[in-house]
Design a protein around this ligand. Sequence first.
Ligand SMILES: Nc1ncnc2c1ncn2[C@@H]1O[C@H](COP(=O)(O)OP(=O)(O)OP(=O)(O)O)[C@@H](O)[C@H]1O
Length: 459
Amino acid sequence: MAMRGLFANVGSTMAGLMFVCAMFRQYFPEHLRFSVWRRYQNLVKFFNPQISITFNQFVGKWATPSQAYGDIRTYLGQTSFAQASRLIGSLAHNKTLVLGMSDFEEVTDEFQGVQVRWLLGKHAPNTNSISVYSGTNHEKRYYTLTFHKRHRALIIGPYLNYVLKEGRALNSRNRKKKLYTNEDNEWNQVVFQHPATFETLALDPEKKKEIMDDLMAFSKGEQFYARIGRAWKRGYLLYGPPGTGKSTMIAAMANLLNYDVYDLELTGVKSNTELKKLLMEISSKSIIVIEDIDCSLDLTAPRKKAPTDKLADGEGDDKVKKSATKSKSNETRNVTLSGLLNFIDGIWSSCGGERLIVFTTNHVEKLDPALIRKGRMDKHIELAYCSFQAFKILAKNYLSLESHPAFPKIGELLGQVNMTPADVAEHLMPKTLSEDAEFRLEDLIKALEKAKEREKVGS
Ligand SMILES: Nc1ncnc2c1ncn2[C@@H]1O[C@H](COP(=O)(O)OP(=O)(O)OP(=O)(O)O)[C@@H](O)[C@H]1O
């Protein structure tokens, strides 16, 4: 009986509430309702001194993955490890274990003595709608950062900057490098796994150090480039005979800096417009490579046609660009020299940063001086025939020969014979696993002596 009475009371209270709500909606115009709502919010704020910021996993109309979300997740990985009771683990490409917090876990973090809380939340998938945008119908996670309002300036400024910077640095250490190649005006990608490093590169040690220092200074140069008002980019020209290690050096560069490689095949690009489109899709932390630039295109054509052109540097380039830009037929038919110069200096300079552009050639003398002038190709590196120093490195890579009595003889012979590191490497490369080092060394000496004889006969 008592139970029935209770239900009757609840029922009449609910009906009363619904009546009040209906009256409220009917007699209070919308702006009045909004004003009441705002006052209510202010009251809540007054009693609740916490501020919350939400970082969604996907952003924008196209539901693209948010970079900030990814950086925060990586940053919080370390904190989660120590605090969260439920963790999710995965392996990064360098085989290190990456831990993250599970859904609806909360962890605390401290910055300059101030404590903040991070919660990983999740919106359920929207099963009622069908969308073509990626991620729209999937679970969407978000991080909510909560802190006391008196620390607003510290947390929104320095703390969040710190979190995003740390997360990004960790991400770049753990990410997989990619090799991109262009086909039908699109970039195709594969994981980049070239084993070359500067350690295994056969090169004069001083020259090697200079190049490595230059690359490291570039990768840490964001502030420097911003201060002098220049785009954060650098051009390298690698030249020398075939088989002297130009491609190998590019791989070593990518491995040193952990940059992606965009191998641009210019002959596959139909116009300057296509070239620009490809450029716009290149991310930062990348090396754009144009191999055998002298063979890629007739890059000198528009320049020779330009009547005003007799310049090798600075001011001349603009004239080259203008005259070649006027030539509409060239513009639409093929990539021109002006298109390539724009690729390096034009839009290139204004979007993104931290990009190297590398040209390789076997015939540096054939290249238009405007294309390779300093400032455009900042560093010119010659890769030459194998010196004794370079040989030592190759021998160390393949075999342990440094104590062999024939070593000085090889040095003497290499000084007189034009042998590329590729040739030397081929001789040193074990043909079968059972072959012993001494045999190959003798083989190499014989080859060098023969080459020397041939040279004598030839001259
Ligand atoms: N300096 C070097 N250090 C180590 N290995 C080298 C070096 N130069 C050449 N090699 C070896 O020779 C092979 C060919 O070298 P690589 O393709 O880098 O030469 P390249 O100068 O790019 O040649 P090409 O001009 O024909 O493209 C490499 O696979 C590598 O094993």
